[in-house]
Each structure stands twice: as C-alpha cells, then as structure tokens.
Ligand binder design. Sequence first.
Ligand code: PBG
Length: 332
Amino acid sequence: MHPTSAPFPTTRFRRLRASAALRDLTQEHRLSVKDFIWPVFIRAGENTVEPIASMPGVNRLSIDRVVEAARMADGLGIPAICLFPYTDTALKTEDCAEAWNPDNLTNRAIRAIKAAVPGIAVMTDIALDPYNINGHDGFVVEGRILNDETVEALVKMALAQADSGADILGPSDMMDGRIGAIRQALEAAGHRNVTILSYAAKYASAFYGPFRDAVGASGALKGDKKTYQMNPGNSDEALRLVARDLDEGADMVMVKPGMPYLDICRRVKDTFGVPTYAYQVSGEYAMLRGAALNGWIDAERSMLESLLAFKRAGCDGILTYFAPEAARLLNG
Ligand code: PBG
C-alpha cells in the first residue's frame, strides 16, 4: 500500500481530527484489557505485601495475596498473569535444584491460582536466575554459561510448571535449543495443550535493572548476560531467532525490552504473522512511573500512550506492570 492524497485544500488532514467522534472513528489501533499479561512477583510468607523500591507501586506478594491479585485481574478482564519468584538466598545454589522443585514458590502459586481463579491463564518464567547463586540464567562453570546442560535443567523446570497447571510457559533464558527440548518433553508427558511463549528476541539490556532487584538477583549476578542475550545492535538476528523458535515449537513469540525495540516488533509481525508480544520491562516501568511521580509527565496519558505504541508496532499483546491500572482506565 502506498498512501496518496490530493493536494491541499482538497485534502485537509485536520478534517478527520476535528472532533472526538471523527478521531474515534478513524483510529487505526486500539488498546484493550484483553491485550495484557500482568507480571507479578511472589515471595514466601502469608498476608505479606512488600514494596519494591525501584518499582514504585509494584510489590512482592505472598501466595495468598497473589491469589487475590489474580482474582482482581480476572475481574478486570485481564486474560493472563505471569509469575516471578523472589527466592530466599538460602535456596539459591550452583545446581539450581529449587528451580524444578514441585513445591517451590512458583509451582505452589500456580496451583493456588488455578484452584481459586481457573479462568485466568497462568504464565511462568523458565530460567535459572532466581535460583542460581551466580545470578545467571544458566549453569556457570569457570565463568562460562553452559548451554546444553542448562537446557536439560530448563526441561525439568518446564515439566514441573506444566504438572502444576501452568497454561503458558515463558522460556526467558536465551539458551539455544531449549524450545525444541521443552516441546518434546511436554508432548512425551501428555501436556499437549500447554503453550510456549518464547522470549525469542531478548536483548542484553540495561532496562532489566529494577527486575533484578525485585527477584533478588542483582547482588548475585556476576558479570553480564551478553553471551546469551542479544546484542542491542542487531535486528536481522531477531528474525532468525524467531524463525528458529517457531520451528522448534513455540506457539507465540516475544520481543524484550519493549519500547526501545518497537522496530523489532514490527519486523517480527510483518515477517511471520504469528502471535507477537512485547515485554514493557521493569526499567521502562520505572522511567515512566518515576517521571510521573516527579510530576514531569502525566501518569495516565504516558502509560496509555506507551501501551498503545505496542499495538501500533504490530504486537498482539503486552506484558506490563501497568496492567491493572491501565485496565481500570480502559474499563472506565
Ligand atoms: C530472567 C528474566 C529477566 C526478566 C524477565 N525474566 C531479567 C534478566 O534477563 O536479567 C526481566 C523483566 C523486567 O525487567 O521487567 N530470565
């Protein structure tokens, strides 16, 4: 398609902007409550709500409180919630065994939410970092991140989450070959309808800082994640990764972070036409929230505008910490 227009004054673009009714009628992209996946942080304890300093308004919740949050989200019409555990340092080891413990925080939270709020889809994270004494997404040996051994661990983690009732598995580790290995294991175990939303194009980004505080991984992390997460200077590579993950059995794909990578969202959607999601990550949330709290930008308008941008860039949905707040506004 190539846009044409007759010369002024035959064409006046301002005609279609002259009233709210005309603006509504001609709007190309819309944000809906149904676009949201809400990431939440879980912690041990009961009836506990613990604020996260670098993410004002976001808390770590004990499982009973997460169930309440899921009920609230379901009531708002949000289709999915995504769980991230804050793991006790005492449970972090080099072999990361807590990651596939059927009774770890995540697996208990999945079961509690599915029992109390069956209508909301539960998404999980598959990566070793919350359980790793080294803070990395994979096993570390002599400073190197092992690929194939990590994939074996991720498969165990995926099966434990699927057995607990997870609807959407989110491998966020960026090891090679993990989608194929997880998909095969799910099929072999009879988990035919468990979906995989692959963190396919995940960049080594500075915008994950507040998240690492939230899950207690910042202090632990030695070095950076550049040998497995993508180079921010690359774009074609994202398409190859998405193609690879789809071939291996991903049902949906993600671009992460979000706002600095809208060009990647658009390329992925145009190239593959598959369900495509962006993660508006912790640092993006912190920037918008921080500026709003300082009175430098309008909180509600900047939030909704940032989310609408993902729809315009071709995304089918957004993982966003703003989900309940945005949902309330959208629901009027
Ligand atoms: C860990 C993981 C990260 C995020 C989601 N899963 C952090 C990282 O890769 O270091 C980041 C989410 C956010 O910043 O909001 N595998």
